[in-house]
Design a protein around this ligand. Structure first.
Ligand SMILES: Cc1ncc(COP(=O)(O)O)c(C=O)c1O
Length: 432
């Protein structure tokens, strides 16, 4: 093992972070190479800086005129220059401030400084790299974003174990989560992933359910190391009154020294910049201190450096500029209200016939948040419904034979009644 990695491991010694590291995570460190030397030069080399592989003229990065003209408000270094590997320092700070504003329980809690990754997918990838070895178990509800299979299963040989998402009353199945944890915790602890608001169901837990989930995690942490990965991609889009509006990360951050919580969030869906590729990783556990976070930062920086090197600078600059606008919150609120309006239209449609009939083949599942809602397809003809819809110029997603997902956030409100009428007529055809 490289001595620098060994040193980081020693600094993390005795913590849940150290215990849950993968073999790759143990080996990881951030070398004091080009990036670190360039950072020193940026601070001290005031005559000529010949460190980084970028072309400069008169102290500014050289730039194509057409690109300069396309982004007149952003100085060259902030548009075409490389970003630091952990991301734009001011954006990281600003994201943390927002995270605390959106999750007031985090006020005063010890967390790492969010580190930028090129999208949430990449954030999940580093989490898997640093914490998952072949054979480790990842516990998921049975309706989840399919990319976890590639991210954790295929890339890392993680064993994905599921429990039914909903209980009999249509709420989140906390008992199922408890059982899955108790059956599958091993010597390397257990990894749990929660994605609220959920893709594909569009469900987020109530305040009581979120408290019950926390109890399950804390109860398990008395006996085993447990890592909670919060995929908060759709965070903030909550449409019903009783929903827990803080992330499970916020509830779990300081809950137990054996409970490591990793928050994967980002601007992708929350700030409506899907192609900017900006995600963040933040971690917390009771008892972690500044030096633990510093050692963790080095491991994560090494992981990013060895994988994508650094994120998109222009996207980070534009996001930071947007977040610093006085009407940033108002604007986001306006879009969230628009999406809530679509939610209300859809909720109204699916509460009426034919969707309310118990023998109708598309049964709406509980939904209250995010971009999606999903139907349970009781006649097992989800794929057929999808392809029939496609022939009418309508795209939805079929998951296996029994689930049809509709991304209603992507359809204008005035078109939603027509969309759901056509879905209903196609579903009716499959009853014949
Ligand atoms: C639950 C969930 N997590 C993560 C992502 C990926 O986010 P990103 O595009 O930032 O990689 C998605 C995208 O659809 C998602 O649905």
């Amino acid at each position: 093992m490289h001595p620098a990695a060994d040193q980081l491991n020693q600094r993390l010694s005795g913590t849940v972070v150290r215990r849950m590291l993968s073999r790759l995570g143990e080996q990881m460190f951030f070398p004091r190479g080009i990036v670190a030397q360039a950072a020193e030069a940026a601070a001290q080399a005031d005559r000529f800086d010949a460190t980084v592989g970028m072309a400069y003229s008169q102290g500014e990065p050289i730039m194509l005129n057409s690109i300069r003209e396309a982004v007149p408000g952003i100085p060259p270094k902030q548009s075409v220059g490389y970003s630091p590997t952990p991301g734009n320092a001011r954006l990281r700070q600003r994201w943390k401030e927002e995270m605390i504003r959106k999750n007031p329980r985090l006020e005063g809690a010890a967390t790492s400084l969010p580190m930028v990754t090129p999208g949430l997918t990449n954030g999940l990838c580093h989490t898997a790299d640093l914490f998952c070895d072949p054979g480790d178990v990842l516990i998921l509800p049975d309706m989840y974003w399919g990319n976890y299979n590639l991210l954790f299963g295929v890339r890392h040989g993680v064993q994905i174990v599921t429990y039914p998402f909903f209980d009999r009353s249509g709420g989140f199945n906390t008992d199922g989560l408890r059982e899955a944890i108790s059956q599958h915790s091993g010597p390397r602890g257990v990894r749990v992933l929660l994605n609220f608001p959920n893709n594909p169901t569009g469900y987020a837990p109530s305040t009581a359910e979120a408290a019950a989930i926390l109890q399950v995690l804390v109860g398990a942490a008395d006996h085993t190391d447990i890592m909670l990965i919060c995929d908060d991609a759709y965070f903030g889009l909550f449409y019903d009154d009783d929903i827990e509006t803080e992330s499970m990360f916020s509830l779990a951050a300081a809950a137990h020294p054996n409970l490591l919580t990793v928050k994967i969030d980002g601007a992708t869906k929350e700030d409506y910049v899907w192609g900017f590729r900006i995600g963040f990783i933040t971690i917390a556990a009771a008892g972690l201190e500044a030096d633990h976070f510093a050692a963790w930062d080095d491991k994560l920086t090494g992981s990013i450096r060895s994988n994508v090197s650094n994120g998109n600078t222009l996207g980070q600059s534009l996001l930071l500029q947007a977040m610093n606008q006085p009407d940033y919150h108002q604007e986001k609120q306006r879009i969230a209200s628009e999406l809530r309006h679509r939610y209300q239209i859809v909720r109204d449609i699916v509460s009426r016939e034919p969707y309310s009939q118990p023998d109708f083949p598309l049964q709406p599942m509980p939904f209250n948040s995010g971009y999606f809602m999903a139907f349970r397809c009781t006649n097992g003809r989800a794929e057929e419904i999808r392809t029939r819809l496609l022939s009418k110029g309508i795209g939805v997603i079929a998951f296996g034979d029994h689930l049809v997902r509709v991304a209603y956030a992507g359809v204008d409100p005035e078109s939603l009644p027509e969309l759901y009428a056509i879905i209903a007529s196609v579903a009716r055809e499959t009853m014949e």
